[in-house]
Write a new protein. Structure first.
Length: 200
């Protein structure tokens, strides 16, 4: 897995500390744009998108980088597939969730960027770390099923970074499990699906 340190570019004075974490990686103008919300969970989520975009646009290859808080980011190239390719690999019960229509069938501008699913998953996960929003934690766990479906598709496409992305999946799931109080059913089902699929 490719990790890199993301150096802060400003002082973080926002509260709570996790909001200050993302604030430190944006200019004042960028933070006003991405973080202009009253809800700190939404601030963390949207600012994470902003940091991810800055990291992606700073590379010649436009590889995907996912900011994971604490000055760290993980990077991956795009799998050779389309975002919609994961639809048939998604468990049926999660095709009925509102996030499926919004992000898997929708968001057509990202069709050629299947790791958009991981971008959203990481942003929901970062917001979940605040432990203030049951819905943010639920959404992060639901997105994990979409992330797992992408791994299934990537395997059939001989994706060269499949092992690295699988390890990142395991890492992000481990941190989600630490904040998933009240979501035991989703966590158990996800563990079962992941154990059946991942072969590292």
């Amino acid at each position: 897995m490719t990790w890199k340190r993301v150096e802060p570019i400003s002082s973080g004075t926002a509260s709570p500390p996790l909001v200050a974490d993302v604030q430190r990686h944006l200019t004042r103008r960028e933070f006003a744009y991405y973080g202009g919300f009253q809800d700190p969970v939404t601030q963390i989520h949207e600012c994470s998108h902003g940091i991810n975009a800055k990291l992606r646009n700073s590379t010649r290859e436009r590889d995907n980088w996912f900011y994971c808080l604490n000055n760290t980011a993980a990077g991956f190239s795009e799998p050779p597939c389309r975002k919609r390719d994961i639809a048939s690999s998604t468990p049926r019960e999660f095709r009925e969730h509102r996030l499926y229509a919004l992000y898997i069938l929708g968001a057509s501008d990202w069709e050629d960027t299947p790791l958009y699913i991981y971008d959203e998953w990481v942003c929901y996960s970062n917001g979940a770390m605040l432990r203030r929003s049951a819905s943010e934690i639920e959404y992060a766990l639901v997105f994990a099923f979409y992330a797992l479906a992408l791994l299934r598709v990537a395997r059939t496409k001989q994706y060269t970074q499949l092992t690295d992305l699988s390890l990142f999946f395991i890492w992000n799931m481990a941190r989600l499990e630490q904040v998933a109080e009240g979501q035991e059913r989703l966590v158990s089902l996800l563990q079962e699906k992941a154990n059946d699929q991942l072969d590292l």
